[in-house]
Write a protein that binds this ligand. Structure first.
Ligand code: ARG
Length: 462
């Protein structure tokens, strides 16, 4: 295998050693960022007079051509992307290519490319988050009055609306966008020029390369610059948090699309059939998102385990940062789109959802609230409503079917006006506290959501 080193070696490495150390296939994920880092480095070498301006121009024209030709023109029988690009540069511009690596090491080079790549990937993730939020916002508005059961302990608790439920997911995504932006800021410092671990004797200008690459500033310590991978762990953590929430949405899609609920019909385009049971329509995408969340969580643990106890200075162990990162980013990007696809194409079964609240006693709290608002201490009201629930059960009637006569028999202390709060629609309408599903509160929430949605990025969490 062709190498960028070997001067001090008299024998070549064993094939297994080459294969075990090779990263070219993973590295192709950041071939562009590697070139961009090299262009900035070459320009700086020219500007500072470390190489001549003409040499610098030959090098970055060559790099531009490599970029234009794309990764297909690179050889893959090499150790890594740095080698592939440098060898191609030799082919294109001859020996002057050898000057590109002046005052640089693959250690600062790979750390720089990784940060640039993460930056670009995060922009894609942020866009996908916004896009899914847009869908949730549209449906939040559309279904703001569609009654459904709200759950605690997975039991019917109080009636809510579908719009309210979907907007809960909107806000979770807002926090993820915010987190991703924060990690983006924290990662936006430049390792280039740190060289192998201890800088260089050449008069490089780290500020210049940092500025050219769009970083906030060069990392002040060369050893730290080449050793730090916490920005990748931050990214893996955010990926895990996003996937955890997507797995929760997925679980709802699985449950709600099943016969027991029947709340949602997923489109043919996002479901799969069974090879034996012709009637099946399986929510495989939701299940896979739920399942793959396991690996995304594990990816954080993988890198944390690699980094734990690792002494300072570049260690080859850190090469293990990239497979988990690409794996997690890939899964997050696919999953965000797949959740959106499922929601865009689904048919909510609004009547079934409304009907599910029938007879579920989920307006019992409203009855207690009504009594409490008329002066009965809430604890006492809670007791009285408990009696009403028992009375209804004995008579085999639902709470919303309760009439004056039965109410008087069960609990004469409760005024008949209280019957006006027992329908799910009334229950929702009366809950107008900030953040509640009542119509006015919901309009406030939707307006607030629209404001953060329309603002650039995710600076505002609410
Ligand atoms: N493939 C390596 C990585 O990702 C590139 C840096 C190699 N540096 C070295 N000294 N062997 O970390």
């Amino acid at each position: 295998m062709k190498k960028l080193w070997g001067g001090a070696f008299s024998e070549s490495t064993a094939d297994l050693v080459d294969r075990f150390g090779q990263t070219i296939h993973t590295d192709l994920n950041f071939w562009q960022e590697d070139i961009i880092g090299s262009v900035a480095h070459a320009r700086m070498l020219g500007e500072t007079g470390i190489i001549t301006k003409e040499e610098a121009k030959i090098i970055y024209d060559g790099l531009e051509k490599i970029h234009d030709d794309g990764p297909e023109a690179l050889r893959l029988d090499v150790e890594d992307i740095h080698t592939a690009i440098e060898l191609r540069l030799y082919e294109l511009v001859g020996d002057v290519a050898g000057k590109l690596h002046t005052a640089r090491s693959r250690n600062d080079q790979v750390a720089t490319a990784a940060r640039l790549m993460l930056h670009n990937e995060l922009l894609i993730v942020l866009d996908l988050i916004k896009s899914l939020q847009g869908e949730l916002l549209v449906q939040g508005e559309k279904y703001k009055s569609a009654i459904m059961p709200g759950f605690t302990h997975q039991q019917h608790a109080q009636p809510i609306t579908l719009g309210f439920h979907l907007m809960a997911h909107f806000w979770a995504l807002q926090r993820h966008g915010h987190r991703a932006e924060q990690l983006f800021k924290l990662a936006n410092y430049c390792p280039l020029g740190a060289a192998a671990l201890a800088g260089t004797s050449f008069p490089i200008d780290r500020q210049m390369t940092s500025d050219e690459l769009g970083f906030t500033a060069p990392i002040p310590n060369a050893l730290d610059a080449t050793s730090d991978r916490s920005f990748i762990m931050d990214a893996l953590h955010v990926c895990a948090l996003i996937m955890i929430d997507l797995s929760r949405i997925s679980q709802e899609l699985v449950l709600f699309s099943g016969r027991e609920f029947g709340f949602i019909k997923l489109a043919d385009s996002v479901t799969t059939g069974s090879s034996i049971m012709p009637q099946k329509r399986n929510p495989d995408m939701a299940e896979l998102i739920r399942g793959r969340t396991g690996r995304v969580i594990a990816n954080w643990v993988t890198l944390a385990t690699v980094m734990k106890g690792l002494p300072l200075g570049y260690n080859r162990d850190t090469q293990e940062d990239k497979p988990p990162l690409f794996d997690s980013l890939g899964k997050v990007k696919d999953s965000l789109q797949l959740i959106q696809l499922q929601l865009e194409s689904c048919e909510w079964q609004l009547d079934t959802m409304r009907d599910a609240t029938k007879g579920d006693f989920s307006t019992a709290t409203d009855l207690a609230d009504y009594l409490a608002s008329n002066g009965t201490p809430f604890r006492e009201a809670h007791e009285m409503v408990g009696k009403v629930v028992i009375g209804c059960n004995e008579r085999n009637i639902t709470l919303e079917d309760l009439d004056e006569k039965s109410l008087n028999e069960i609990c004469p202390e409760i005024p008949v006006e209280a019957l006006s709060v027992l329908q799910p629609e009334d229950s929702v309408k009366r809950r107008e506290s900030f953040g509640a599903p009542g119509p006015k509160a919901m309009d406030v929430q939707l307006a607030q959501a629209m404001k953060v949605f329309e603002s650039r990025g995710f600076e505002e969490i609410v």
